[in-house]
Design a protein around this ligand. Structure first.
Ligand SMILES: [Zn+2]
Length: 441
């Protein structure tokens, strides 16, 4: 079997610079805002129709019954597969490029059109350029170029556009993983083109536990609080303990994983939300300064709820993480009169790290050295992304995140992706895919 001239491969990708820009722009102009999950179907079809024309077998998989799925906002994913002569069964292996198609809301502070895809000073601007439609476009160009060069890969190439990553990925990669789309023997290696930087390989992420803690009280008239027992006061005692005892302790727990930014190389806690008493509303006054709208009734809060976002490091384990917080609540129950509580798990994922000598890491590292002339750096992510579903549900360990774009720009106003980085990453992806799905040397 003839081998591919990789110099020619890189030149061909360079010659497609305008096409790469245009594809990124086309994707950015489909406003796939999540929540609620706008235009998923349109974006999945756009991608699927393009890849079908280039010989991919395309499937659309709607995550029926997933959170947020409805006829108005269908959770439509697209998976495209191009099997070379050997197919995955003929001994060759499959490389899968997975990108999420959803973007976060626009927010304020933009000077460029959020869904315009405007090009200025070597950058493409718009919501999702960096996170992560630029990376998606680069993976498409990389795979299409390999195929156009007429090379019969012994393995297979796959590209997916999946939904809801920004809200946990349960209707996207999580759903597909439960159907076997991210497991052997179908897929062997996964690259997720998230915006980690063109010379960095992200091996995994810290763990996460989300839980709702509720403190309980006894309702009474707000003018006679001594007749009740305030759940808000109980919660504030708990929050005080978190702040003065737990958080300083977590800050002492350092990980050996190369988490970026370095501030996240410890355990952390955030209180994502806190609510006590009556249903929240914004009370207002009319032109005369009189109260308008519904007014609050005077009651002592009988319930207060906080959502905790505990991020933990590879050196900790989930049970101990939970027990540490539950132990503090039990301690309060034993020492503080009237204190009672409930804890509800919302979501948890353990830390994951692909070994540095895994095939997908090695292939991508060599490709980065070739294209950029420098060694890659290896990092880990403070937050989770879709790798968590691939590892846990798909049981596939050979997975990394690698893609163009500057992580800090994700979710910001005037988000952009640099065109040179876009092109370089497409070259890296093509070389890595060739090494993994191509003939064994
Ligand atoms: Zn992303």
């Amino acid at each position: 079997m003839a081998t591919l001239n990789t110099d020619t491969l890189l030149q061909r990708i360079e010659a497609k610079r305008d096409e790469l820009i245009a594809l990124t722009q086309d994707l950015v102009r489909i406003p796939t805002i999540n929540p609620p999950g706008d235009a998923y179907e349109a974006c999945a079809r756009f991608l699927g129709e393009r890849l079908q024309k280039r010989g991919f077998a395309v499937e659309y998989i709607r995550a029926l019954g997933a959170p947020g799925d409805s006829d108005r906002y269908p959770r439509t994913n697209v998976v495209a597969r191009y099997a070379g002569k050997g197919g995955a069964s003929g001994g060759g292996e499959c490389v899968h490029f997975n990108s999420h198609i959803d973007v976060v809301e626009v927010g304020s502070g933009w000077t460029m059109a959020p869904f315009g895809g405007e090009v200025k000073d070597g950058k493409i601007y718009g919501r999702g350029t960096c996170d992560m439609k630029g990376g998606l476009a680069a993976s498409v160009i990389a795979c299409e170029t390999l195929i156009e060069m007429g090379f019969d890969l012994p393995g297979a190439l796959e590209i997916s556009g999946t939904v809801d990553e920004e809200s946990g990925g349960f209707g996207g990669v999580g759903y597909l993983a439960s159907l076997g789309y991210f497991s052997k023997p179908r897929v062997h290696h996964v690259i997720i083109p998230e915006p980690l930087g063109v010379d960095r390989i992200c091996l995994g992420h810290r763990g996460v536990w989300w839980a709702e803690v509720e403190t309980k009280g006894r309702i009474a008239h707000g003018s006679m609080p001594f007749l009740g027992d305030s759940a808000i006061n109980h919660m504030s005692a708990f929050v005080h303990l978190l702040e003065t005892q737990l958080v300083p302790r977590l800050a002492q727990r350092h990980t050996a994983e190369p988490v970026e930014p370095p501030g996240a190389r410890v355990s952390t806690l955030n209180i994502n939300s806190l609510h006590g008493g009556q249903v929240e509303q914004r009370y207002s006054t009319d032109e005369q300064g009189r109260p308008s709208g519904d007014l609050p009734a005077p009651v002592v809060a009988h319930s207060c709820r906080a959502v905790l976002d505990r991020r933990f490091i590879a050196e900790e384990n989930l049970d101990a993480v939970k027990q540490e917080i539950i132990g503090m609540l039990q301690e309060l129950k034993a020492t503080r009169p009237g204190f009672d509580f409930g804890v509800r798990d919302i979501m948890s994922f353990v830390p994951t790290a692909t070994p540095q000598d895994a095939p997908v890491v090695d292939a991508t590292a060599r490709a980065i050295a070739r294209v950029l002339g420098r060694e890659p750096s290896y990092i880990s992510s403070p937050g989770t992304y879709d790798q968590k579903h691939i590892v846990r549900t798909g049981k596939l360990r050979d997975c990394i995140a690698y893609g163009p774009g500057i992580l800090d720009l994700a979710h910001q106003p005037d988000e952009y992706v640099g065109i040179q980085a876009l092109e370089d990453s497409a070259k890296v992806m093509a070389l890595a895919a060739y090494k993994l799905a191509g003939p064994t040397p």
